[in-house]
Design a protein around this ligand. Structure first.
Ligand SMILES: *[C@@H]1O[C@H](CO)[C@@H](O)[C@H](O)[C@H]1NC(C)=O
Ligand SMILES: *[C@@H]1O[C@H](CO)[C@@H](O)[C@H](O)[C@H]1NC(C)=O
Length: 349
């Protein structure tokens, strides 16, 4: 494993791309084989009929979500441990605004195909993937999202057209939108560096109008950071192409728990604004007092969020609610890691 030290975070020592392995007792093996043999055909039948026919039928979103829940139940995902930041257990119904609703953006962690399945079954959202080096995003279907979980990061997944978060929102004002800001899967032990798309959603308004003046249309959409973690944690898929291993671990385990943590919603107009008269570099040394003053000012017009402010806020919340660490590695390091891993595999043969 020490060959991959380059892909281990210097600060925390976490290696977010190495798959999680756990000791399997041989006692467990026959049970796993039986569970797998019983579940795989059922899951296969339901998913084929869903992705080939049912998803195109006018059956209503409730029915569609129902089928996805059945898929998860068949796969052994029986427990969803949901906690919403700032809400005591059992009192959630009193705080409907603490949950994503049409027009909300969900910024979710990304470590397993179960992320997309759970989010689709719960929110019926539009899925967006950030390009790793431009401010653009790609809109993928649920099926493509599931496939992309196992794909090495590419600059143009499934030859979809690059678009922006703002554009998708304006075309679909009544949908929930999910973006995976990290852009690629980790093993769930850490939060990766974000691709540029989420942050540029907040700062793009600089470009309209001189110095950010003249356009006060800072979007009102709430951004909900959501952290998804799994127990056991070996169903995460940091390695591209690990379909078989994933299915075996998923279906061979009697049951799985998803830990869902919904963080407090972030609004762009509440972010720390950059003072457009000050050069960007000095905004890093901004004091607590000026931060408080600038974010409480009710005149958000003419000012834009400081570059990096949205990423920092969303990242901070995901790290807090998901109890994980932030690392300095991102999509580019994942590509390097994948190439090194493949080269290593070839040498062994
Ligand atoms: C996955 O992890 C669980 C819990 O540590 C373990 O019981 C199980 O055997 C693992 N599955 C595989 C296929 O390694
Ligand atoms: C402000 O931005 C919105 C959305 O991009 C655009 O439709 C509008 O024309 C802009 N207004 C000005 C004054 O630039």
């Amino acid at each position: 494993m020490e060959k991959y030290t380059q892909y281990r975070d210097r600060g925390t020592g976490i290696a977010p791309f190495i798959p999680i392995t756990s000791a399997t007792s041989s006692f467990h093996l026959p049970l796993a084989a039986v569970l797998f043999a019983l579940r795989a055909p059922v899951l296969l039948t339901i998913s084929i009929s869903y992705f080939l026919f049912l998803q195109f039928m006018p059956l209503g979103s409730l029915f569609q979500k129902g089928i996805l829940w059945i898929c998860m139940l068949v796969a052994g995902v029986w427990w969803v441990d949901l906690q919403v930041e700032g809400v005591k257990r059992g009192t959630l119904s009193r705080y409907p605004d603490k949950l994503p609703s049409p027009g909300s953006i969900i910024a979710s962690t990304f470590s397993s195909p179960l992320d997309a399945l759970y989010l689709a079954a719960t929110f019926d959202p539009i899925f967006l993937f950030p390009s790793f080096d431009t401010p653009y995003v790609f809109q993928l279907t649920l099926f493509q999202t599931l496939l992309y979980t196992f794909a090495p990061p590419t600059s143009k997944p499934y030859s979809s057209k690059p678009t922006t978060l703002a554009e998708v929102i304006s075309k679909n004002p009544h949908r929930i939108i999910v973006i995976f800001p990290e852009g690629t899967t980790s093993n769930g032990r850490a939060l990766l560096r974000f691709a540029p798309a989420l942050d540029s959603f907040a700062t793009q308004y600089k470009q309209s109008g001189e110095n950010g003046h003249g356009n006060g249309t800072i979007p009102k959409n709430k951004i909900f950071p959501i952290s998804l973690r799994y127990l056991p944690s070996n169903t995460t898929t940091p390695l591209p192409g690990s379909y078989g291993v994933f299915l075996w671990r998923l279906l061979g385990q009697p049951s799985h728990t998803i830990k869902v943590r919904i963080g407090e919603a972030v609004k762009i107009r509440d972010l720390e604004m950059s003072d457009t008269l000050v050069a960007t570099s000095s905004s890093e040394t901004i004091t607590e007092k000026t931060v408080a003053r600038s974010s409480s000012g009710d005149d958000a017009n003419g000012r834009v969020p400081r570059v990096g402010a949205l990423e920092e806020r969303v990242g901070e919340i995901l790290v807090r609610v998901g109890r994980i660490r932030r690392v300095g590695l991102g999509v580019k390091e994942k590509i390097g890691f994948w190439n090194a891993w493949k080269a290593q595999g070839r040498k062994k043969k």
